[in-house]
Design a protein around this ligand. Structure first.
Ligand code: 4AD
Ligand code: MG
Length: 465
């Protein structure tokens, strides 16, 4: 019976049964007694399974003892309880079929030893075969599945918002242009501006920076919705927290205010972290041992405590009084820098903190203006060890106030005509947020650099693979 390694290690379909597993060799060790111990992984779980092959197996001398890391094999044999420590079951092999050899074992990049993350990034096409990236991949999948499950249980609809858009959702001008025009010979109009009328869409278009504006339209009919997909930012931030292409989860709730929004963010984070602890125990044990000894504690801390909520204005006061020299000076009106966010979440509060009501001048046009006229109903969730992980807001549902904000910020009102229509036809208070999914994976695993938690990172000057 063909089984995955996760099932074989759990003793399925039963002790003494004949099973077949398929996978890749991680290590091989031979004993003097004519036995070869071949460790095989197939991605289904953290641990490989050991196949014990004795020299009665037909191709023992001709093939089995020549197996090296990375070879692909199909192994059949009896499933037995293992004597070895740290493993539950092993296979007493009766047949080993080699499906693919490794051309030149000495130059095969993924040797059975720890590799630096920098080296693995250069070999992104092979790195999923390592313990580290395998574990990241399972945790990333678990988080994504848990998000969909949470949303579904809460009655949200998953809306597939477009990747190609005509409007700037954040109004920050950090967009990648999409075009079929001949870049070496761009058509210009009378004023010397690029003429997009001959372009594919007959209009200038971009990769989306956020699905929010589109998902808001569905929120104004379906009440509870979310989008979850790739988003793109042409910001030249060469940091361990930024990608040019990253995944974002963006729920949007109708008839809701900022406090409802913060409640949802907190419930979602707790739910998905619990799923990881429940479903990826072996992977998390590996991260705890090899990557970040605090990672499991950190998740338990999030699950077991309420998030702190603080006003931006109070955060500024705390930072001013802090017994700490910040690189970036603190005064009311600044955008919080990573050092400030981390001080608040890590040192001052010691657990995730929702900072609310930021100055309007540093936030996006769609955020709801507060009665003080100088702050907006924005919220960022700051997490110890990483800083901002969620950004969100109650949306401006009043057309006149929205129009003033669009004008104040010098944005092209005509581009937002459909967004404005939502305020003309049955507007309601509503709120939503975006969870940076890759930052979340980094937070959960303790893997410091965001480039190591997404299969193929897109960053400035790097679009290999
Ligand atoms: O704070 P941001 O820019 O918010 C929005 O895009 C809103 N439209 C979301 C909404 O309300 N629906 O981004 C949200 C989150 C950030 O908190 C951060 O975790 C992540 O997305 N993020 C990035 N992650 C990786 N690389 C980047 N360049 C990122 N920029 C933002
Ligand atoms: Mg933000």
């Amino acid at each position: 019976m063909l089984v995955s390694i996760v099932d074989a290690l759990a003793g399925k379909p039963g002790v003494g049964e004949q099973v077949t597993v398929q996978g890749w060799v991680r290590t091989r060790r031979d004993s003097k007694a004519g036995l070869s111990f071949v460790n095989i992984h197939d991605g289904s779980c953290f641990n490989p399974i050991q196949a014990v092959v004795d020299n009665n197996v037909a191709n023992y001398e001709s093939e089995v003892v020549k197996l090296t890391a990375g070879c692909s094999v199909k192994v059949t044999g009896k499933l037995v309880e293992s004597q070895g420590k740290g493993q539950s079951f092993e296979i007493q092999a009766t047949a080993v079929e080699v499906l693919g050899w490794v051309d030149d074992p000495d130059t095969y990049p993924i040797q059975p030893k720890p590799h630096s993350v920098e080296f693995l990034r250069e070999n992104a096409h092979l790195r999923a075969r390592t313990n580290l990236i395998g574990a990241v991949t399972r945790v990333r999948n678990c988080l994504a599945q848990a998000i969909h499950r949470f949303m579904h249980e809460q009655g949200f609809f998953w809306i597939h918002t477009p990747i190609i858009t005509a409007s700037d959702a954040e109004g920050a001008g950090e967009m990648f242009r999409v075009s079929t025009l001949d870049m070496t010979n761009l058509p210009k109009d009378d004023k010397g501006n690029i003429d997009y009328s001959e372009d594919f869409f007959g209009k200038e278009s971009f990769l989306t920076v956020s699905g929010q504006l589109n998902v808001e339209t569905y929120c104004m009919a379906m009440s509870k919705v979310y989008t979850f997909g790739p988003t793109f930012r042409a910001e030249n931030s060469n940091t361990s927290r930024h990608l040019a292409e990253f995944w974002m989860v963006e729920p949007e709730i109708a008839f809701a205010n900022l406090s409802d929004n913060a409640d949802l963010a907190e419930a979602m984070m707790k739910y998905i972290f619990k799923a990881v602890l429940d479903e990826c125990a072996d992977d998390m044990a590996f991260f705890q041992q090899r990557v970040d000894k605090d990672c499991i504690n950190r998740l338990e801390n999030v699950i077991n405590h309420n998030f702190e909520r603080m006003d931006y204005t109070d955060v500024i006061e705390v930072l001013k009084k802090a017994d700490k020299k910040f690189e970036y000076p603190v005064e009311w009106g600044i955008d919080l820098q990573s050092e400030h966010e981390r001080y608040i979440a890590e040192e001052y509060v010691g657990r995730p903190t929702v900072v609310m009501n930021y100055p309007k001048d540093i936030k996006a046009f769609y955020m709801r203006l507060n009665d003080d006229g100088k702050t907006v109903a924005a919220m960022d969730v700051l997490a110890p060890g990483i800083g901002e992980i969620i950004g969100g807001a109650q949306r401006e549902e009043r057309l006149d106030v929205l129009d003033k904000r669009i004008e104040e910020m010098g944005l092209p009102a005509e581009d937002y005509w459909w967004y404005r229509d939502l305020r003309r036809y049955g507007t309601v208070p509503h709120a939503g947020f975006g969870l940076g999914f890759d930052r979340c994976v980094s937070y959960v695993t303790g893997v410091q650099n965001i480039r190591d938690v997404i299969p193929f990172p897109r960053v400035p000057n790097n679009v290999k693979f």
